[in-house]
Structure formats: structure tokens, C-alpha cells
Design a protein. Structure first.
Length: 254
């Protein structure tokens, strides 16, 4: 499997698909941005705070579901269409549960690290020095914050690598939430280094987009979406019938 997993090729494919389907992709991105802007006008007090959170989860899940479907189809040679969003909505409930499950899993190491930091005497009050006029207090606070941030980011990046394929498996293969997580975990095991390289390339694309300001960020986002679908297809070729039945690292190799 490792021989056919090429992060650079996936990004190049993402860029080619971005140029080929730019208009439709921009329409989808702009539509999502408009919906998020409208969400910002919702009241956030009392019960409306819960309603707003649930709507945000629902919109995010629908967006992830639809774009996953569209980008996979584009990689497979199909023309992206707005109707593909509707075709994927029968998996909406599963996508919501998957996002909640992944969020819960990601939160576990964060909570554990924070608890350990407090037990070991991490000085929370020292963080107030960030807004202090005393340069020594400010430096100490920034060091503390930087160390804590690094400790939190390490497990988050690792879990992000292991679960990168879960939404794609759920949409493309029709697996359940647990099975999608399991398939991603197993398939990512032998190629963690290449996944990290791919993530760094995508990060670089976002930096380039940021340098190019507003329009550049849209292009970078579209390229990243298509590239990730292309990377997924390298690991899970279309001809594989069941990526879950193999219990060891040979999954998706046959």
C-alpha cells in the first residue's frame, strides 16, 4: 500500500480538480460561508444557545457529508453537482454521530493533559501575565501557554492522522460510525508518516492562500478538499469491496 500512497500526487490532483470544477466548488464554499454568517445573527442566550449549537452541528455535518460525497465523485471522474448533497443526506444521522464521536475521542487526551498539568502544579494564574505590563510576567505566561499548547497539540495531531479517513469511509463505503473509525485507524497505521507529510502540504497550501488574501483562502480550501479525497482514494481504491474485514495492517492492501 505504501508504494501507491503519494501525498504530493494527491495535492496535485486536488489542484487539477480545483481548476476543473472551480465554479461549482466556489458556489458551495460561498453558500456555506453565507449560512455560517446568518448563524451569527442567532441569539445566544438561554435555550437559544443550545439551539444555536445544535444547528451549527447539523450544518457542519451536512456540509462535511455533502462535500465528502462531491469530492470523492470528482476524484472518480464524475462531474460535481449540487444534487449530490441531497443524494448523501441519507447518511446525515451517521455523520452527526461520527463527528460527535471523534470530538469526544479528541477531548479525552486534552482533559487528561489539563488534569495532569493541574496536579503537577501548573500555575493557571500565571496566564494572566499575558496581559501584564511586566515583560517578565508576560514572558513567563507565554512560555506556560506555549508548553501547554504543545502538549495538547501532539495527541490531537496523532489522532487527526489516525482518523483522517473516517468520514470518507462512512460516505463512500456506507459503514457505520464505529466501523468507519476502526477502518481509518487500521488503514492509517502503516502510513502515518505519509499522512503527516500530506497534512503539512495542505498547511502550506493554506499559508499560500493566506498570503494571497481572501480569494486565495477559498482556492486553498477547495484544493485541500479535493486533495484529501484523492489521498483517501489512494488508500481505499474504488475496487475494494470491504475495507473492514481484514483485522490487521493488510486492510486496503489486497
Amino acid at each position: 500500500m505504501e508504494n501507491r500512497v503519494n501525498p504530493t500526487a494527491a495535492v496535485k490532483t486536488g489542484w487539477s480538480l480545483t481548476k476543473e470544477h472551480l465554479i461549482v466548488s466556489l458556489g458551495l464554499i460561498l453558500g456555506y460561508c453565507v449560512v455560517n454568517m446568518l448563524m451569527g445573527f442567532l441569539p445566544t442566550e438561554g435555550i437559544m444557545s443550545l439551539v444555536s449549537s445544535l444547528l451549527t452541528l447539523a450544518i457542519s455535518s451536512a456540509w462535511t457529508l455533502g462535500m465528502t460525497r462531491i469530492t470523492i465523485c470528482a476524484v472518480d471522474g464524475e462531474e460535481p453537482q449540487f444534487s449530490m448533497f441531497g443524494e448523501a443526506m441519507h447518511r446525515f444521522g451517521s455523520m452527526v454521530l461520527l463527528m460527535l464521536a471523534l470530538f469526544g475521542i479528541m477531548m479525552v487526551p486534552i482533559i487528561v493533559i489539563l488534569i495532569i498539568a493541574l496536579i503537577l502544579g501548573f500555575n493557571v494564574d500565571a496566564l494572566e501575565g499575558i496581559v501584564s505590563s511586566n515583560p517578565y510576567e508576560m514572558m513567563e505566561a507565554m512560555q506556560s501557554m506555549g508548553m501547554l499548547f504543545l502538549l495538547i497539540m501532539i495527541p490531537c495531531i496523532y489522532l487527526g492522522i489516525r482518523f483522517i479517513f473516517a468520514p470518507y469511509v462512512l460516505v463512500d463505503r456506507g459503514l457505520g460510525v464505529i466501523d468507519s473509525i476502526k477502518a481509518s485507524w487500521t488503514a492509517s497505521a502503516p502510513i502515518q508518516g505519509r499522512i503527516l507529510v500530506f497534512m503539512l502540504l495542505i498547511f502550506l497550501a493554506y499559508i499560500i492562500g493566506f498570503v494571497c488574501f481572501f480569494v486565495g483562502l477559498f482556492i486553498s480550501t477547495i484544493t485541500a478538499l479535493y486533495a484529501q479525497a484523492a489521498f483517501y482514494r489512494q488508500v481505499f481504491p474504488a475496487g475494494i469491496q470491504d475495507p473492514l474485514m481484514v483485522e490487521d495492517a493488510n486492510v486496503v492492501m489486497n
